[in-house]
Design a protein around this ligand. Structure first.
Ligand code: MF3
Ligand code: CO
Length: 248
């Protein structure tokens, strides 16, 4: 069942979303060669708590950190460590917070210094695919219209869409119904209604769509070790335009 949120609940999700967006903006300024991914995690956690929220990922199914940091061929769920960012890396930073019992979740992929043309194209195409999906977050559309728009956008730019990980409903829990695949045929699944809240999160690969999990049991990488990028926003469906709560 897909829950619809009332105005008071949407307000709380908006507050959580603003914190996520502000912390991502702080982290963007810290992304440079030499910074460790655990430095980014510490800065994120400090700022999340300073804002009166809690890091939603910490302790989730045993996850050890406040953010996920996924570099180059890493797709999602990279664990912060002593690893330093290097010039020409691309780094996906995924943040979720809980504020007064409500959640928001967002991811951006940042360049570290100057990056290759292919990496630039991949990052741009992934953000474009996210917005193609968000554009379908409107009452009257059906769930798979979001999925289809993302796949179409991604593949029109020559990239593949990860199948194994999906977007999700969000609100009182980080992961609620429905699951939102980033591929599929249009006009399937439940009809969308105002008040639904979705985390839309395409992951695009420069090579094939297959992925595998490393021995740390978290880090997901492309099977062919090609580059991968990830963007995510938390979006409230309204009678007019979709409301992106994780954007400043
Ligand atoms: N944004 C990711 C998701 O929606 C983050 C989960 S990381 C975890 O699944 F550590 F919390 F599992
Ligand atoms: Co998510």
């Amino acid at each position: 069942m897909i829950v619809k949120r009332n105005a008071a609940e949407v307000d709380k999700i908006k507050k959580a979303g603003r914190i996520v967006a502000e912390v991502l903006q702080i982290l963007e300024k810290e992304v440079r060669p030499g910074v460790t991914t655990q430095d980014l995690d510490r800065i994120a956690e400090e700022n999340i708590r300073k804002a009166g929220a809690e890091p939603a990922f910490k302790g989730y199914q045993g996850y050890p950190s406040s953010i996920c940091v996924s570099i180059n061929e890493e797709v999602v769920h990279g664990i912060p460590s002593e690893r330093t960012l290097k010039e020409a890396d691309i780094v996906g930073i995924d943040i979720g917070v809980r504020m007064k019992g409500y959640y928001a979740d967002s991811t951006k992929t940042f360049p570290v210094g100057a990056i290759s043309d292919e990496a630039k194209r991949l990052v741009k195409a992934t953000q474009k695919a996210l917005y193609a999906g968000i554009e379908k977050c409107r009452p009257g559309n059906r769930l798979s219209d979001i999925s289809h728009a993302i796949q179409r956008s991604a593949e029109s730019n020559g990239f593949s869409v990860v199948r194994k990980y999906v977007g999700h409903g969000i609100g009182r829990m980080m992961h609620e119904d429905p699951q939102i695949p980033n591929y599929g045929s249009p006009d399937q699944g439940p009809e969308l209604e105002a008040g639904m809240v979705f985390a839309v999160e395409p992951m695009l690969n420069a090579g094939g769509f297959d992925v595998e999990v490393l021995k740390d049991n978290w880090t997901v990488v492309t099977s062919d070790r090609s580059l991968s990028a990830h963007f995510e926003h938390t979006v409230v469906l309204t009678e007019s335009d979709p409301l992106i709560v994780t954007r400043l």
